[in-house]
Design a protein around this ligand. Structure first.
Ligand SMILES: *Cc1c(COP(=O)(O)O)cnc(C)c1O
Length: 451
C-alpha cells in the first residue's frame, strides 16, 4: 500500500489561535485613508458598520489571536479539513513531484469562506447586532454568511449581483435554506440602487454596486452591520486556520513544501494557506509562495502598487494595494470570485517586498486543469480553485522536466458543484480567453486617486 492518502487531524488539533502576519512582516502596512478626507482612517470611522473586536483585529500587531470557544465549536462541524496527497494526479502527470492539497470544499458552504463568516457573525452577535448585510457575486460568500447567521440566530441580508441572481437560482435557494433574505442588486431598497435603476432599469448590477447597497443598509440601521468576505486583514487572519492545520499535517506526513500555491481574488484563501508558512520563511527557511490569478483580472501581475478605492462608488477607504483601478470591469469569466480589481493590502505589501510570486493563467487552460484533476482525484473544483490546480500542475511538470523531486502544496478552496453551467460552457468548445487589454488597463490606471 501507498503511504497515507488523507492526512487527518483530530478535532483537538484544530488551531486555538489565528496567526497574525502583521507581527512578523518586515515592512508594515501603510494606513487606509478616508475616501472623502484622504486622512488615515480611525476606528470611529468604521464603528457604524463593524464591531469593535473586528476593528481591533484589523489593526492588531499581536502575533497570535485566540479563537473563541464558540467559534472553535462551529469549526468542528467540518474542521480540521483533510490534507490529501494527490497520488493519482502525480501518476497522471508522470511527475517526480509530491503534490498535496488542502480541501476547503469540505465546509457546509462548500468553500473556505465559512472560516471567516463564522467568527464575523459571532463577534457581531456578542456586540448586540441583530442583522448582517453583505454583497455576493458568484454566491459563495453569501452562502457562507447565511450559514453563519443561521448558527447565531441573526438575520442575513444578501445583495446579490442581478446577473448572478438570474443565472444561479440554486445559489439563491441555498442561501434561503439558511434563512437569508436575498435581494437582486440593483434594488429599490437603497439610495445607491434607486439611483442606478432610475437611469438603467435593466442594469445587470456589479459587485461594486452591491457593496454600496449593503454598506448603505448597514450604516443606516443601528441593529445592522456589514460583513466582507475577503481583502481585509481580519478576514485573512481568520483564514490562517487553513495553513496552521496544513503545517501540522505536512509534519505528520514527514514532508515540507518547497512551494505553496493558492488562487487569488481578494487573496484570503491564498493568504490563509501561505502566511503560516511565510512565518518560517521570515525565520530563514526556504519556501516559495505562489498566487495564481486569471489573465482577465491580473491585479498582481499587471496592476500597480498604489492607493485605490475598494469599490466603484468610492465609499470604502482607499487602501495601498496592487490594483487595476477601481473602475476596472473584468470580462465575464466563470471564476466570479477572482473578478476583483484590487488585492489584499497584506498580500500586496509582501508581493512588493519579494516574499510572494504571482502567475496568471487563461480560463481555458484553467478548466483543462480542473477536468484533469477531477478525473484523477475525483473532486470537481470550483472555477476559482482551478487556478490553483493549474498552478500546481505547472510546477509538477517543471519538476518532471528538471528530473528532480519537489513538494507542492496547494489550497483547493472550494468545490464546483454549483458551477455546472461553467463546465458546460467549457465542454461546448465556445469558451474564450479574454486577457485584459493594455489600453483599457492604462485608461483605468490613469484614474487612480491622487494621494
Ligand atoms: C471567493 C472564493 C475565492 C476567491 O477569494 P479569495 O479571497 O481570493 O480567496 C476563491 N475560491 C473560492 C472557492 C471562493 O469561494
Amino acid at each position: 500500500m501507498q503511504p497515507e492518502k488523507k492526512i487527518l487531524l483530530s478535532e483537538k488539533e484544530i488551531p486555538r489561535q489565528w496567526y497574525n502576519i502583521q507581527a512578523d512582516m518586515p515592512n508594515k502596512l501603510l494606513p487606509p485613508l478616508h475616501p472623502a478626507t484622504g486622512k488615515p482612517v480611525v476606528p470611529e470611522d468604521l464603528m457604524p458598520i463593524f464591531p469593535l473586536e473586528l476593528i481591533r483585529q484589523e489593526v492588531s500587531q499581536e502575533r497570535w489571536i485566540d479563537i473563541p470557544d464558540e467559534v472553535a465549536n462551529k469549526y468542528r462541524i467540518w474542521r480540521p479539513t483533510p490534507l490529501i496527497r494527490a497520488y493519482e494526479l502525480e501518476k497522471a502527470l508522470d511527475t517526480p513531484a509530491r503534490i498535496y492539497y488542502k480541501y476547503e470544499g469540505a465546509s457546509p458552504a462548500g468553500s473556505h469562506k465559512a472560516n471567516t463568516s463564522i467568527p464575523q457573525a459571532y463577534y457581531n452577535k456578542v456586540a448586540g447586532i441583530k442583522r448582517l448585510a453583505t454583497e455576493t457575486g458568484a454566491g459563495q460568500w453569501g452562502s457562507a454568511l447565511s450559514l453563519a447567521c443561521s448558527f447565531y440566530d441573526m438575520e442575513c441580508i444578501v445583495y446579490m449581483v442581478k446577473v448572478s441572481y438570474r443565472q444561479k437560482p440554486y445559489r439563491r435557494s441555498f442561501m434561503q435554506i439558511y434563512g437569508a433574505e436575498v435581494i437582486a442588486s440593483p434594488s429599490a431598497r437603497t439610495q445607491a440602487g434607486r439611483s442606478v435603476l432610475a437611469v438603467a432599469p435593466d442594469s445587470p448590477g456589479s459587485l461594486g454596486l452591491a457593496i454600496s447597497e449593503a454598506v448603505e443598509e448597514a450604516a443606516g440601521r443601528e441593529d445592522t452591520n456589514y460583513a466582507l468576505g475577503s481583502v481585509l486583514n481580519h478576514v485573512i487572519l481568520h483564514q490562517t486556520v487553513i495553513g496552521l492545520e496544513a503545517k501540522k499535517q505536512m509534519e505528520k506526513a514527514g514532508d515540507y513544501p518547497d512551494v505553496v500555491i493558492g488562487c487569488c481574488g481578494g487573496g484570503s484563501n491564498f493568504a490563509g494557506i501561505a502566511f503560516p508558512f511565510l512565518q518560517d520563511r521570515f525565520a530563514g527557511r526556504n519556501i516559495r509562495a505562489v498566487a495564481v490569478e486569471p489573465t482577465a483580472c491580473p491585479s498582481l501581475t499587471r496592476g500597480v502598487f498604489a492607493y485605490d478605492y475598494g469599490d466603484l462608488g468610492k465609499l470604502t477607504p482607499m487602501m495601498k494595494m496592487y490594483t487595476l483601478g477601481h473602475n476596472f470591469m473584468p470580462s465575464g469569466i466563470h471564476a466570479g470570485g477572482l473578478r476583483y480589481h484590487g488585492e489584499s493590502p497584506l498580500i500586496s505589501q509582501l508581493y512588493h517586498d519579494g516574499y510572494i510570486e504571482a502567475r496568471a493563467y487563461n480560463q481555458t487552460e484553467v478548466f483543462e486543469a480542473a477536468v484533469g484533476f477531477a478525473k484523477a482525484e475525483g473532486i470537481v473544483p470550483a472555477p476559482e480553485s482551478s487556478h490553483a490546480v493549474r498552478g500546481a500542475i505547472v510546477e509538477a511538470l517543471q519538476a518532471r522536466e528538471e528530473g528532480r523531486a519537489k513538494t507542492i502544496l496547494f489550497c483547493l478552496s472550494g468545490h464546483g458543484h454549483f458551477d455546472m453551467a461553467a463546465y458546460d460552457h467549457y465542454f461546448s468548445g465556445q469558451m474564450e480567453d479574454t486577457p485584459c487589454e493594455e489600453t483599457e488597463l492604462a485608461a483605468n490606471l490613469a484614474d487612480l486617486p491622487k494621494v
